[in-house]
Design a protein around this ligand. Structure first.
Ligand SMILES: [Zn+2]
Ligand SMILES: [Zn+2]
Length: 252
């Protein structure tokens, strides 16, 4: 019996529960209908500065992506508010779960949404997915050991399955702490811990770069510089969410 069929049967016997409220979420997807509609509303939230959604706004990250795809510089599903309103928004709660423990249906839900938007942008700019590759900045060695998996690798792999764009490992960590414990200065220093993987061959390749949350853009910028420095033709960042402070991000 195929693994897919086994998982379908298991879903029928033990219907997946919504990771937010614990209600049965039906046999397909991840969130229950109620939480899904709240989550969808969060994605419609507009940047207070430019009045655009997270996928359209480039406030504070204009220098992060130099690649346009369908007129966009980035795919982001939502804005992320680190400590707003007790952190009760569905987006933040899902991302915390996504990073803490490998959850296939949650990872696939994010990957499916990102893939859909990505393929739409590629189609509108007449880009062939076969000319692209998807990659990710790996989790720090310390956190990979602590949590037992790399959430970026899991999501990038899932995006690769949904889009048919091959997954390639191009980057490694030279050590250092996870971004969240660091201030802006430390974060910039930490992004330097990214290195090109020894056998990475990105010459002439167009790269989709997955990072779960984009805060200052330092990691994406460092990764993108390494990839372009190694001969990549262009780098297009995709993420689940972009951090937006309550007051709005100012252009640098
Ligand atoms: Zn729910
Ligand atoms: Zn904006």
């Amino acid at each position: 019996m195929s693994r897919r069929l086994v998982s379908r049967i298991l879903d029928l016997i033990f219907p997946p529960l919504c990771p937010i409220c614990g209600e049965s979420s039906g046999t397909d997807g991840c969130l229950c209908e109620n939480c899904l509609s709240k989550y969808a509303n969060e994605q419609k939230e507009l940047c207070p500065v430019c009045r655009k959604t997270a996928g359209e706004c480039t406030c504070g990250i204009a220098g992060v992506s130099r690649t346009f795809l369908g007129g966009r510089r980035i795919v982001s599903l939502a804005f992320y508010h680190p400590r707003a309103n007790g952190g009760e928004r569905i987006t933040e709660r899902l991302i915390r779960k996504f990073k803490k423990r490998y959850d296939r249906s949650l990872t696939d839900m994010f990957a499916r949404e990102i893939s859909g938007k990505l393929l739409t942008l590629m189609k509108s700019s007449e880009e062939a997915p076969s000319e692209w590759a998807v990659t990710f900045p790996p989790r720090s060695t310390e956190n990979k050991r602590k949590y037992g998996f790399d959430q970026g690798e899991a999501a990038a792999g899932s995006i690769s399955r949904y889009t048919g764009i091959p997954l390639i490992k191009t980057l490694k960590r030279a050590g250092g702490d996870e971004q969240k414990e660091l201030g802006r200065k430390g974060r910039e220093m930490n992004s330097w811990s990214l290195k090109l993987a020894r056998r990475a061959d990105v010459r002439g390749r167009k790269i989709i770069l997955f990072d779960d949350i984009i805060t200052t853009g330092a990691t994406v910028r460092a990764a993108s510089d390494l990839l372009v420095g190694a001969g990549a033709e262009c780098v297009f960042p995709v993420c689940i969410a972009r951090v937006r402070k309550e007051t709005g991000i100012k252009e640098k």
